[in-house]
Design a protein around this ligand. Sequence first.
Ligand code: GLC
Ligand code: GLC
Length: 818
Amino acid sequence: MPAYKETKMKYGYFDDNAKEYVITSPKTPLPWINYLGTDGFFSLVSNTCGGYSFYKDAKLLRLTRYRYNNVPADNNGKYYYINDGKDIWNPGWQPSKTPLDLYECRHGIGYSRFTGKKNGLKAEVLAFVPVGDNCEINKVTLTNESEEIKAFKLFSYVEWCLWNADDDMKNFQRLLSCGEVEIKGSAIYHKTEYRERRAHYAFFSVNEKIDGFDTIRDDFLGAYNNNDRPDAVVNGKAGNTVASGWSPIASHQINISLKPGESKTLIFVLGYIENPENEKWESYGVINKKPAEAMQARYTTEADTEKAFAALKNYWDELLAKYHVESKDEKVNRMVNIWNQYQCMVTFNMSRSASYYESGIGRGMGFRDSCQDLLGFVHLIPDRARERIIDIASTQFEDGRAYHQYQPLTKKGNSDIGSGFNDDPLWLIAGTSAYVRETGDTSILMEKVPFDNDESKATPLMDHLKRSFDFTATHKGPHGLPLIGRADWNDCLNLNCFSEHPGESFQTFGPGEGPVAESVFIGGMFVKYGKEYADLCELIGDKAEAARALEEVEKMNKTVLSEGWDGEWFVRAYDAYSHKVGSKECEEGQIYIEPQGFCVMAGIGLAEGKAVKALDSVKERLDTEYGVMILQPAYTKYHLELGEVSSYPPGYKENAGIFCHNNPWVSIAETVVGRGDRAFEIYKKTCPAYVEDISEIHRTEPYVYSQMVAGRDAKFHGEAKNSWLTGTAAWTFVNISQYILGICPTHKGLSVDPCVPADFGDFTVVRKFRGATYNISVENKGVQKGVKELVVDGRKIEGTVIPFEEGKSEYNVKVIMG
Ligand code: GLC
Ligand code: GLC
């Protein structure tokens, strides 16, 4: 057993008033990161100042260079070095790793703050991206806390990425000859490839006269040096080097002297500029810097910077105020009011592109991923959810199929991976239904949307949903269950693929779309989202279509109950030979989580007692202290007929890992059967705030969800991976906000129907919904579910739905559970 398994510890604490996580030791088990940026300009920043920046596309417009998979970990970022005559140190500890007298990193909502102290000098760095501007501000404040005058030298450092991050890592024969810079005053400009095909450049500036600069990396660092002790910093003298090719950097030298108690603030700006084609040049070979200088001028004083920072705080406060709970459980409050909503927004901004696990050069946006992410942010930014739905639907094929992924810049479907993931079409119904329930905006259903981006084939969005629905209804296998195609939600269940050699894609190799393999999970989805489709039909007055849809749903419901039931739980699938997957008949992989969660969420088997039985089986067979595993027993050998799922070592990823994404499905399912104790127990197991004190085991950030936690069969059971960009964020927010706390948008208005542990106590929720504020207070004298009384503005209402009244701006709601 490795040593870290033996201790349980934390590396910081939550400061809920400030909405920050405060990291007090730089040696976190893994880099713990944060995201800066709300629209075009984004930065990833770790707790030791590692990370990188990009504009809109993390692959094509990468501003600064990062070294993946590097030793030591988390190498390259935006660094400030201090040479005080005695030591070389950094306020964020890396890269010099000089022990600090004090280290603190505060990750906040859209900003990070670092404080380092050494030899009586305090250095603070506040990093943020202002709303509506394409730059990152680093406000660096130096304070002399000693009794003597302190004279020291400060060096800044960023290493440019030569734009295309993929090329930057491999096309050395070309790119090492291309680097170009300009220096003007205190601003260093990176203009590689600007001369020919680009009209954009980046710069790094400071609002102070500089004492030197460097732009040639290898001169600044010194031959064979790492960036921990650059020659220029050690010698206390920048070389004023001007790069030509190789690896250009931007470094400023500023010599500072402070009296006891005195402080000095410097404002560094890392900016991105695009010029119109005909305004690229100021003079022959000299880039037009006007927009850059205007940007620098916006942040010359501390007051300017404070104003921009206040605007950022305000932007986030308004967003997060859309759902605010006060309960006696401070961890629930913290996750709901701050971190879970924040993660939902970041996941929206990044899709699956840029994290410390997603390199930013890989896959496009997933059709199903994007639809599910939407469930978590639609209440925050409904307008952008609307736009996203139209973008996604525009990549659908005429027969209802969908591209599995699309490229965010072109918004086109990605033909490398193509189509054939047969759950995809139904997620479009899920996303659209959530949007319409949230906003009441039915006009989106009439909006003309193309197929496969071909405008000549545009039809109303409602017609796209019909084709999604019909695709499943008309693609069934021998048992009457939906055909699975290349895979369903579980990308690794590849029942038609038969990949035998390394390098063959598990998903796209082989015949792919077989006529036999079927998915019970898609059956459950069809029942759930088929009903939501029928609701949308009702809403626009198409009663006949609603009735037809419900007939199809009922047919599927019956089929799942007969063909998809294994005796004590729902079967997962039928393979290409019509053998059961996820059944007691199987040698390995007897029970899977997905159909248990989704079928019960859909209401299948409630009346027959099968729903409860399935959930009891989950508890008995899949539960662990760190969450519910995706399947059991783990596959110990490779099953050609099952594919990637059996390729992972037991306990990792889809092979019996705790795939956090579908834990909330089971928790929601528990609320459907009314077991609030169990629903909440499941919620807590993967919830970051509750696992904070086992960070040594969990290892990823204790303020956000990870995609996966290693299952019981794994060597490192309880260890998380792939933090930040995961559908877990959206689904857990749906779970806690709509099912456990029970405030759920319906077409007619907000419904309040909590399902909580019996001792959860009273709580209040402020929910902004369709332009109105709902002040909801829930009284609970010890039940898990049930609304005894619903009073809206003094008036008693039947049922659980607060009828929405156009134009009314405030609702005061009292709910008594019982
Ligand atoms: C990853 C994928 C997601 C898939 C899941 C399970 O998170 O992004 O699309 O559903 O894995 O395989
Ligand atoms: C790989 C991953 C899986 C992910 C899929 C996305 O199969 O292991 O988790 O869902 O790629 O395409």
